[in-house]
Design a protein around this ligand. Structure first.
Ligand SMILES: C[S@@+](CC[C@H](N)C(=O)[O-])C[C@H]1O[C@@H](n2cnc3c(N)ncnc32)[C@H](O)[C@@H]1O
Length: 495
């Protein structure tokens, strides 16, 4: 076996054991992590020996712990991703409180992939803040993770200031005790959370014996993004079984995918999208030809649509966008005419007229092509707030293509929302690893954030992807730039 076959074997084995998905362009990372693990275990560092070791049917648990410590990414912090926590405290918990106020007062929550505990402790603090008679409620917060080292850290409950980047001073003072530069969670919050080790891929759930059943809410954020599509679908089905009727599955906003979560109803609420287990959910249409499509649009239950208008932004947009494309078959005569008329106005750079035309069409809320032209017109007029609002509306109703996602990312970049733009780009690359424009933008964002090493890695990746392009081929989404010019530009920027 050569080096590539060894790495292919290792990547397959790691997928089987933990669900973690390492495509070929990530094998160098996989190799680095595995080498760190074997160094710690004092095993032979050659790839053939590593393959032999991983091929054993029963790798000792102590070795698995070391392996997972090196393979998993535990990045997390308190009160991460406000939209999810807003839904939790403003909708889910008030609804549960009013339904169960007469007795039977219990709430069951599972933080699956909890890392070092910031997520479940944030949930506990929120419950403490919003349930007035919390002492009368039987509250379960189960927090599980594959990585034993992360669970150990969670159970000690001591954190560095880096975990508090989204936490108000008020909550820090209320629920943590200072120990030098560190902060220790207070016992009343700590005792609300039960931690245990659980592998979402190979362990059994839902089961009453490990308390993974009958959940009101499952938080599984920034975990599934590391898994292969097939694994995500399997886990999604098991989460569906683990939830009560009307229970919620909360992923991060970059992990939304109607194909993976086809058993659930998609709900737009509090400026985010979430999945709910509802009795009314029909059998969800599987994506055609087995492709993965985002926001397929058919089963949206809008509980708070007006919230879209509250999205705020603020900065000039100089980006020139290309001609709108028709990506979806159109049915009626008027639907055929709308994009054509709008396209003509757009092509003539008559953006205000184009906006006016689009807005007075009754179909503007449902016609993808018209909405796309509207977004681009607003963007070219420098009206980024409006462009973003319509973009986010578009994301809700349409099966989302990389092109639409990329446009969204460019709007966010213009608004200097680097982190969110980075997430969207990351998501595009997760689905289309060779998306050149997304790679270029991501490398630029890394530079702006001072992450020079990641920027360089991203640029090298881009150069590698460009190998299969002829110099005079036009790169999509980059305003007519050729592959040759892009190659030159990236090399120059790398010095
Ligand atoms: C990036 S952290 C997410 C932490 C937290 N949910 C958040 O959003 O801040 C991802 C976590 O998923 C865990 N993980 C990865 N594979 C897993 C598996 N097969 N089973 C359970 N947890 C897993 C990792 O150990 C890591 O702690």
């Amino acid at each position: 076996m050569g080096r590539a076959s060894h790495l292919a074997f290792i990547s397959e084995k790691i997928g089987e054991l933990f669900g973690l998905h390492y495509p070929e362009d990530q094998w160098h990372n996989l190799e680095r992590c595995i080498l760190n693990a074997v160094v710690e275990l004092k095993h032979d560092q050659g790839l053939p020996a590593i393959c032999e070791w991983l091929a054993q049917p029963d790798i000792p648990d102590e070795e698995i712990k070391v392996l997972t410590k090196h393979l998993t990414i535990g990045e997390t912090y308190f009160f991460r991703e406000k939209v999810a926590l807003d839904l939790f405290r403003k909708k889910i918990i008030p609804e549960i409180m009013s339904q169960r106020s007469g007795g039977n007062k219990y709430i069951r929550i599972w933080s699956a992939g909890c890392s070092s505990g910031e997520e479940p402790y944030s949930i506990a603090m929120l419950l403490k803040e919003i349930v007035p008679d919390i002492e009368n409620w039987d509250i379960t917060i189960l927090a599980t993770d594959l990585n034993d080292a992360a669970i150990q850290k969670a159970t000690t409950g001591i954190y560095t200031p880096w975990s508090f980047r989204e936490t108000s001073i008020k909550l820090q003072d209320k629920y943590f005790v200072k120990e030098g530069k560190l902060l220790r969670i207070v016992p009343e919050i700590k005792q609300m959370v039960t931690f245990s080790r659980l592998n979402l891929v190979s362990d059994h759930y839902p089961l009453a014996s490990n308390k993974t059943n009958d959940m009101d809410v499952i938080f599984c954020r920034n975990v599934l993004m590391y898994f292969a599509p097939k694994t995500i679908c399997e886990i999604s089905q098991r989460f569906h079984m683990a939830l009560k009727n009307n229970g919620w599955l909360i992923t991060s906003q970059v992990e939304l995918n109607d194909t993976y979560f086809s058993l659930f109803s998609r709900v737009f609420s509090h400026n985010g999208i979430f999945y709910q287990k509802t009795e009314l959910k029909e059998d969800f249409t599987k994506s055609k030809k087995g492709q993965v499509s985002f926001f397929t649009g058919s089963k949206v239950k809008r509980s708070n649509q007006q919230d879209i208008s509250k999205l705020k932004t603020n900065s000039p947009f100089k980006h020139v966008v290309k001609e709108p494309e028709t990506s979806k078959p159109v049915d009626t005569e008027s639907e055929k005419q709308n994009p054509i008329q709008a396209t003509l106005l757009f092509a003539a750079s008559k953006y205000p007229e184009c906006v006016e035309y689009c807005l007075q069409k009754p179909e503007i809320n449902s016609d993808t092509n018209l909405m796309l032209i509207l977004v681009k017109s607003y963007a070219n007029m420098g009206k980024l707030d409006e462009a973003r609002t319509w973009m986010e509306h578009l994301l809700l109703i349409n099966s989302i293509t990389a092109e639409i996602r990329y446009l969204y990312a460019t709007i966010l970049i213009e608004q200097k929302e680097w982190e969110l733009a980075g997430k969207i780009l990351f998501c595009i690359l997760y689905l289309e690893p060779n998306h050149l424009a997304a790679q270029l933008s991501l490398s630029d964002i890394y530079k702006r954030l001072g992450k020079n090493h990641q920027a360089l890695k991203q640029s090298l990746n881009l150069i590698k992807c460009l190998d299969s392009w002829d110099d005079d081929e036009i790169v999509p989404d980059l305003d007519g730039m050729t592959a040759g010019r892009l190659r030159q530009m990236v090399k120059m920027s790398m010095g």
